[in-house]
Write a protein that binds this ligand. Structure first.
Ligand SMILES: [Zn+2]
Length: 308
């Protein structure tokens, strides 16, 4: 089993305002956790720059041009109340998408069994024409359509266990039955979307959880709502929007998962990927704002990816 890790030293240079939860220390904590001996077998790869024309798989050209033009020469440029850019942000975005696309290449070309992409900024709140929720370009959405365009995947499934609903991913695939989007998330919570009744063209499967629920409810939602949808869909590839802010230590939400819950979900999704798509599975970091909860959860997730 070869698990590839795509990351880059540059990802700590996307700077956010003081006190912002989506901060460079997140990636430093993950890098440290994944540098211990038990991760020696990880195939470590540098996140390449994306072909930026792939951004257009998820966003219109004028929106991308507007974001790129907003990139500041110094200081921090706010895009909205909580989303901002620093001078290196656009290169981070380009490498985050490049890593996601390269990971898709790796699992289709057979030079990795599965991949984890540790990048910043995250992507799942970025809608077609709105950057928001710390997200600028929707990495996972670009990667899903890249799998279709570059590798002929007909059906791509995205499972999003970040504690926030991936409104951006849902927006991008709302009327696209070739991509299934399935999400567990706390509700009510930012961004406010994610009700069960939001079904797109039958390709959206939301499983909202109430505050103070925990692993039992999370696993039940996966088993009763999300895994049967994957069974029915028969994907050619599975992507995970892997946020770790449903961890009990996280300051932004109250879902109370532990490392073992992420380990369990990873293992079950690996089984699905083996059943339907030769194990083709790419996981992308989204949120997770407590450094201990984030790094320990990521370690459990990656260890399961490596060991099956
Ligand atoms: Zn989140």
């Amino acid at each position: 089993m070869t698990t590839a890790l795509y990351t880059h030293d540059l990802f700590v240079e996307h700077l956010t305002p003081p006190g912002h939860p989506e901060r460079p220390e997140r990636l430093r904590a993950i890098t440290k956790a994944l540098s211990s001996e038990e991760f020696n077998a990880l195939d470590r790869r540098e996140a390449p720059l994306a072909d930026t024309s792939t951004f257009l798989y998820a966003h219109p050209a004028d929106h991308i041009a507007m974001l790129e033009a907003a990139s500041p020469e110094d200081g921090i440029k706010r895009i909205d109340a909580e989303t901002s850019m620093s001078p290196k942000t656009w290169e981070c975005v380009t490498r985050a998408v490049g890593a996601a696309n390269a990971a898709v290449d790796a699992v289709f070309n057979g030079d990795a069994d599965n991949c984890f992409v540790a990048a910043r900024p995250p992507g799942h709140h970025a809608e077609k024409t709105t950057a928001m929720g710390f997200c600028l370009v929707n990495n996972v959405a670009v990667a899903a359509r890249y799998a279709q365009n570059a590798h002929g995947a007909e059906r791509v499934a995205i499972i999003d266990w970040d504690v926030h609903h991936g409104n951006g991913t849902q927006d991008i695939f709302w009327d696209d039955e070739s991509v299934l989007y399935a999400s567990t998330h706390q509700m009510p919570l930012f961004p406010g979307t994610g009700a069960k009744t939001e079904e797109g063209v039958g390709n959206i499967f939301n499983a909202p959880l109430t505050a103070n629920s925990g692993g039992d409810y999370f696993r039940q939602a996966m088993k009763e709502r999300i895994f049967p949808a994957i069974d029915e869909f028969n994907p050619d590839m599975i992507l995970i929007s892997a946020g770790f802010d449903a961890h009990y230590r996280d300051p932004l939400a109250q879902i109370n998962l532990v490392e073992d819950d992420f380990d369990w979900a990873t293992g079950r999704i690996m089984e699905l990927s083996q059943r339907y798509c030769d194990g083709r599975l790419v996981s992308l970091l989204e949120g997770g704002y407590d450094l201990i909860g984030l790094s320990q959860s990521t370690a459990a997730h990656v260890k399961r990816l490596m060991n099956g």
